[in-house]
Structures are given as structure tokens and as C-alpha cells.
Design a protein around this ligand. Structure first.
Ligand code: ADP
Ligand code: MG
Length: 682
């Protein structure tokens, strides 16, 4: 009988019914699963100096037992053993949980090696293991796995040992030789030994380094392969725009484009010219000037004899785009129209007819654009504003409306580069990382809830000057569970406070779409002075007269969201202010608020957010397309990610990759994942 990587773990000696069940609960069925279940950390058994070990860190010390162990039983088989020990000159306490049997082994006067977590305040080590006898018999490093049921670390290690001895030879080397040499990475077998049975700290580190790179490389290869397959299979249209006309457009703009805008326009124009289909994500912080970039791309498309479409998530945004584009493009005889849910039947019919006849150059709209009866004559470019607001389906339908039109997705959510090349790895990414000159920085303060009256005074002063204000709070109505101020309450309070002076509007997620539009419109037209709202307040809406933003219970929001909300102000010629009202309890909460007061740079805040909360939380609850890596960490290993991406791009573009036999394991991986058939991977 031969055992291979795909054999069941039950083939291993000692894996009985219970072990099979415990392993099954960890998602381990085959030998390969077992080998590829990595430890979540390594225990360092090298002796450390107690005095130099910070609070809450793990350490190993040699300790002389100074008292008889004292055991307390706590029911359900749980126990707590406590003993006094001498470490160097420190007399401290050691606590073991659920290891009452040690009572007779920890003998006064003897010296043992203890590993655990150091609580400096209590002068106590909570021990996870104890080693009796000669220190030299103990390994310096041992992996620690996250195990289920009655499985012990020792048993698990024995299984892995067996598995590696039986099947280690069969592990295939996936990292191409040239990269392994260039980065001095361990080969697959030595690396696998280093993960599970490291000889020392360096071995463990090098093993990790190899697998981090491997994971990133494989993932990026899939992304790049998908990108290539899509480009080749979909085909696109070459849009030969008129450079002179485009230049005339830029000359007529009321301002010069920023360096970043110019760079991004160039990136888009290069894509337009090629016959491959553009699939590009444009990231730019709120207020960075994405609209004019969109207009440039649309105009370029029109000069080549194509039509363009611009889809916005709300009617108000669509109307704002219409106004801007008409102002900029009508002098050039470009016909821009709007199609929305509220376009009347007759107007709508005429509009659709003109669209189909090619009399309309640019169509702007909400999701009304993706109705089946909306037909273009020659659609060349589709732009989706605030792309995260649209479902994948909505976007797909729009792009299917033409002969594979180029696509540009715009987002105001700054996404750290590590995440964007992971979540959007199959797209090209352009970034506007510069604000138009002369913009006044929003002044941000953090105030305590008890200072709320002061905040309202400051708000009233702005309103008295003719400005407008937002007040954002986390919930709609009072909740028993959460002690947070709610929009309905605050709205009522402000109405009383400002009665006869200022109008206060209310906006939240339980209003119907029409009601929301109506409130937002009243605010943007200046009939409402203060808008009390939950976070549904429209992204991207431009009310330049609004200069004061209050975010209530600000500690409840992530940094990215706080920054998005703050971006509703600071859009006009007046100085704008943002006040965060918060009493954060955690250090992390405080750090977030301080970051907000320190910078207006969305990308810097996004990096900070990622570091504070980790990649899982960055995009919120929704599935984000970010894979779970076994070894790699998107925050700490970003350099490896960049390298792997570069290597993947180069590999996929090379002919050797598709032809030479040494790349067979990688091609096979792509084949198996369905990517070569153009499927999205998750
Ligand atoms: P967003 O990227 O958030 O969509 P907008 O396109 O709405 O930003 O632009 C924000 C404001 O900045 C608008 O009033 C726009 O006219 C202005 N703006 C854009 N580009 C420039 C520039 N290069 N110089 C000066 N003002 C600009
Ligand atoms: Mg915008």
C-alpha cells in the first residue's frame, strides 16, 4: 500500500477515530491538509532574562521551586496550580491551569525550565509548559498549532513527522528556480521542515519567508492570469481620440489639472488607444477631482466617434455630474443627457431613440442606465462612479451594453496599496494622490460628549454666517443595548434649540429612497441648514456651503469611514471644520481619533486603519475578495507582496512560462482553479 499526499490521514499510524474527528474539525482530511496546516506561532524555549522581559510577553526561564504546589479545583475538571519559584534573584509565582498532575512533579529545591506569559504587575508567569531535566535536551523552538478537541501538540507533531517522512518527497516545488535563487529562498522540503520542525529561530524564519512569498506569488499569478485571459478573450475597441481637441478641452477648464490628475488621464488615454479592453480602477480621495478626469476620458471617447456612459449611485450625484459635464463640454458641441428613474415616459422615449441613433454623445444616469431597453449606438467607454455602491451584477450589465466598452471604476475610498493589489489584483489601478492647490485643510478637533453644548455653539456660529452643517450619529433610534445618541433624538433636540433660527433636517436609512432624495435636495439647495443624519448621507454629494461636520459617538466608526464622512465638508471656498464627539475607552479608539485630528490624507489614514484593525475588517462586513493567507500577513509582508506581484506580471507575460516544462506545476494550478476559463477566483 502506498501513501501519498492525497491519502487520508487515517492511513497514518495512531490516527484513530477520535483523532480523525478532531482533525476533521480543523478541516484536515488528507495528508496534504495536515502538512499545509501551519503552526500559528513558534514557542521560543531559549532562556530569557526576566528583568528585561516586557509585561505580557512570553518567555522561558530556569526556575527553582521554592514552595509546595498548591492546587485548587474549580469544577468541570478544571484546576489551578500555583507555586513559588526563584528565577535568578526574583521570587515570583508560577500558575498552571488544568495540569494538577504536576503537583507531585514540581519538587521543592529542584530546578525546571518554565515557559509562559509574564505578568509583570502580578509578578506571575502563567505557564504553558514545563521541562524537567537537562535544558540541552529541549529544542530551542517548537511550533504551536491551533488544535481542536483532545488533540495535543505532541500528538499533532508526531502525525506531521510521519506524514513528512512518508510523503515529504512528493511535495512539488512551485517557486521557479530563478526566483528561489534570487531571493535565497529555502526549497520546499527544507522549508516545510522549518515550519514544523525548525532547527533554530533562523530556520523557522527562513521557512516562513519562503511560504509568504509562495502564497503571494501563487495568488498574484492567478490574478495576472485572469487579467490576461480576460483581455485576450474579451477583446476591445481602439479609441483613436483627437489629441488636439482634447488639448482644447484642457485649455478651457477653469483650472490646470494637478500633476496626479494629468498622470491618471494619461494612463487612461493609453488604455483607450489600445485595442485591449480597459479594466481600470481610479482611486482618489474625496475632493481630489475625479469628475474632471472622468469628463476628459469621456470627451476623448466622443472625439473618436464613440459614445460614453457615466453611472452614479444616486440621482443627485447624477445631476451634479450632468451640470459639470454640460458646463465643460457644451462649448465643444457634445450632447450630454441624463437618464434617471424620474425621467418622464415621453422624454425618456425620445432620449432612448436619440441614444440608439447616436445623437447623444454622453449619457449620465443612475441604475436606470442598465435597463434592457437602454441601447447605445456605439458605446466606447463606461465609467462607474463610487463603484462600491453598485453590485457586481449592475456593473456587468452596463458593460455588456456595448461592444466590450472600456471600463473605468472610480472610488473615493482610499485603499492601501497592499489591499488594492490583492482585492483588485486583476485590474489596473490609477491613483490620484494629490489635492488641487489652494484647498483649505479641514480643521479637525476631538471633543468629549460633555462638551457637546460647546460644539453646538460653534455650529450655530457657522450657521449664523450663512453656512450649513452636518451632524452624523451611528444609530437611528434609541436602543436598549447601545448607549449612543441617535439621529431621531438629536434631530428633535436641535429643532427645539434652533427654533425660529435655523431649519433642521433628518436623514436615515429607514426613509424611502424618495424621502432621502428630497431631504438631500433640500439640504443641497440650502433650504435646510443642519442635516442630522446616520451614515447613509450620500457619498460624493457636493454641498460646498456646508462647512461644519459633527460626528457623534465617533469612536464607533472606523478611520476610513470617519474620513469619508469628514469629506462632506471642505468642498467650498470657506474654511471647514470637523468635530469628533467621542469618549473612547480603548487605546485603539483614542489612536484613531488622534490620527483624524493629525491628517487629512485619506491614504495615510487608510494605512493606519489597516494597521489598527487588520485586513479582515478593512472593507467591513462584506466579502471583499481578500483571500485568507495561511502564512502571509498583508500588513507586515507588503514588501513580499509587491515583489511577488512584479514577478507574477513578468512570468505571465513571458513565453517561457507558457511553454517550458519547469513551469508545469504552476500552469496546472491555474488550470485547476478555472482561471484559464476566465472565472473569477475567490
Ligand atoms: P471627487 O474626486 O471627490 O469626485 P470632484 O471631482 O467633485 O472630486 O472635485 C472636487 C472639487 O475640486 C470640484 O469643485 C472641482 O471643480 C475641483 N477641482 C478638481 N480639479 C481641480 C484642479 N485641478 N484645480 C482646482 N480645482 C479642482
Ligand atoms: Mg465624485
Amino acid at each position: 500500500m502506498s501513501i501519498d499526499l492525497w491519502s487520508s490521514v487515517t492511513e497514518l499510524t495512531g490516527v484513530g477515530k477520535t483523532a480523525t474527528e478532531n482533525l476533521g474539525n480543523m478541516g484536515i482530511e488528507s495528508i496534504e491538509d495536515l502538512i499545509y496546516t501551519f503552526p500559528f506561532r513558534h514557542e521560543d524555549f531559549r532562556i530569557k532574562n526576566l528583568a528585561e522581559t516586557p509585561h505580557n510577553e512570553r518567555l522561558t526561564v530556569e526556575a527553582r521551586i521554592e514552595s509546595t504546589p498548591n492546587v485548587m479545583f474549580m469544577g468541570k475538571g478544571r484546576s489551578r496550580l500555583q507555586v513559588q519559584v526563584l528565577v535568578g534573584t526574583h521570587l515570583i509565582r508560577v500558575v498552571f491551569f488544568n495540569q494538577a498532575y504536576l503537583k507531585n512533579k514540581l519538587i521543592r529545591g529542584e530546578t525546571v525550565t518554565i515557559t509562559g506569559k509574564w505578568d509583570q504587575g502580578r509578578q506571575t508567569i502563567t505557564a504553558s509548559s514545563v521541562h524537567f531535566g537537562d535544558k540541552d535536551n529541549q529544542a530551542d523552538f517548537e511550533p504551536v498549532y491551533s488544535l481542536k478537541g483532545k488533540m495535543t501538540q505532541k500528538k499533532y507533531r508526531q502525525f506531521v513527522r510521519q506524514a513528512l517522512d512518508l510523503c515529504g518527497q512528493q511535495l512539488t516545488e512551485k517557486i521557479p528556480e530563478k526566483f528561489r535563487t534570487a531571493y535565497r529562498l529555502l526549497g520546499i522540503r527544507e522549508a516545510m521542515e522549518g515550519v514544523h520542525f525548525p532547527k533554530n529561530a533562523e530556520h523557522a524564519k527562513q521557512a516562513r519567508r519562503r511560504f509568504v512569498y509562495e502564497e503571494f506569488l501563487l495568488f498574484q499569478l492567478k490574478m495576472q492570469a485572469l487579467r490576461k485571459v480576460r483581455k485576450e478573450s474579451e477583446g476591445g475597441q481602439a479609441i483613436h481620440y483627437d489629441v488636439a481637441q482634447l488639448r482644447a478641452f484642457f485649455n478651457r477648464l477653469p483650472y490646470e489639472l494637478t500633476g496626479a490628475q494629468k498622470r491618471v488621464v494619461n494612463e487612461i488615454c493609453v488604455d483607450l488607444l489600445t485595442s485591449e479592453r480597459m479594466n481600470r480602477l481610479l482611486q482618489g480621495d474625496v475632493g481630489s477631482g475625479k469628475t474632471v478626469v472622468a469628463a476628459s476620458a469621456l470627451y476623448a471617447t466622443v472625439t473618436a466617434g464613440f459614445q460614453g456612459a457615466l453611472m452614479a449611485p444616486t440621482e443627485i450625484l447624477a445631476e451634479q455630474h450632468l451640470e459639470n459635464l454640460r458646463t465643460w463640454l457644451e462649448p465643444f458641441d457634445v450632447r450630454v443627457e441624463l437618464l434617471s428613474g424620474s425621467t418622464r415616459a415621453k422624454a425618456r422615449r425620445e432620449l432612448l431613440e436619440d441614444l440608439a441613433n447616436g445623437k447623444i454623445d454622453i449619457l449620465i444616469g443612475t441604475h436606470a442606465l442598465i435597463q434592457p431597453n437602454v441601447l447605445f449606438k456605439r458605446l466606447g467607454l463606461v465609467i462607474t462612479d463610487e463603484q462600491h455602491r453598485f453590485g457586481v451584477n449592475q456593473r456587468r450589465i452596463l458593460k455588456e451594453k456595448g461592444d466590450n466598452p472600456d471600463q473605468l471604476f472610480m472610488t473615493a475610498t482610499p485603499i492601501p496599496r497592499t489591499l488594492s493589489i490583492t482585492a483588485f489584483g486583476e485590474m489596473d489601478v490609477s491613483i490620484i494622490d494629490e489635492m488641487p492647490a489652494g484647498r483649505k485643510e479641514i480643521q479637525t478637533n476631538w471633543m468629549k460628549a460633555e462638551q457637546f453644548n460647546l460644539v453646538l455653539d460653534r455650529m450655530a456660529a457657522q450657521l449664523a454666517d450663512g453656512r450649513q452643517a452636518y451632524l452624523i450619529c451611528p444609530l437611528i433610534e434609541e436602543s436598549d443595548k447601545l448607549d449612543v445618541q441617535n439621529a431621531v433624538d438629536l434631530h428633535a433636540q436641535l429643532q427645539v434649540l434652533f427654533e425660529g433660527r435655523f431649519t433642521v433636517g433628518l436623514m436615515h436609512g429607514r426613509l424611502s429612497a424618495d424621502e432621502k432624495e428630497a431631504v438631500m435636495r433640500a439640504f443641497s439647495e440650502g433650504q435646510v441648514d443642519v442635516l442630522v443624519s446616520t451614515t447613509v448621507v450620500e457619498v460624493g454629494v457636493n454641498v460646498p456651503n456646508a462647512t461644519f461636520m459633527v460626528i457623534y459617538d465617533a469612536e464607533r466608526f472606523g478611520l476610513a469611514q470617519l474620513h469619508q464622512l469628514r469629506g462632506r465638508v471642505g468642498r467650498g471656498k470657506h474654511q471647514s471644520y470637523c468635530v469628533l464627539v467621542a469618549d473612547p475607552k480603548s487605546e485603539e479608539g483614542k489612536e484613531r481619533l488622534i490620527s483624524m485630528t493629525e491628517t487629512n490624507d485619506g491614504f495615510r489614514l487608510a494605512e493606519k486603519d489597516l494597521a489598527l484593525r487588520g485586513p479582515g475588517d478593512f472593507f467591513g462586513q462584506k466579502q471583499s475578495g481578500i483571500p485568507q493567507f495561511k502564512m502571509a500577513d498583508l500588513v507586515h509582508d507588503y514588501r513580499a507582496l509587491e515583489t511577488a506581484r512584479r514577478d507574477a506580471v513578468q512570468l505571465i507575460q513571458s513565453t517561457e512560462f507558457w511553454e517550458e516544462s519547469s513551469f508545469e506545476p504552476l500552469r496546472q494550478m491555474l488550470n485547476e482553479s478555472g482561471i484559464l476559463d476566465g472565472e473569477r477566483i475567490d
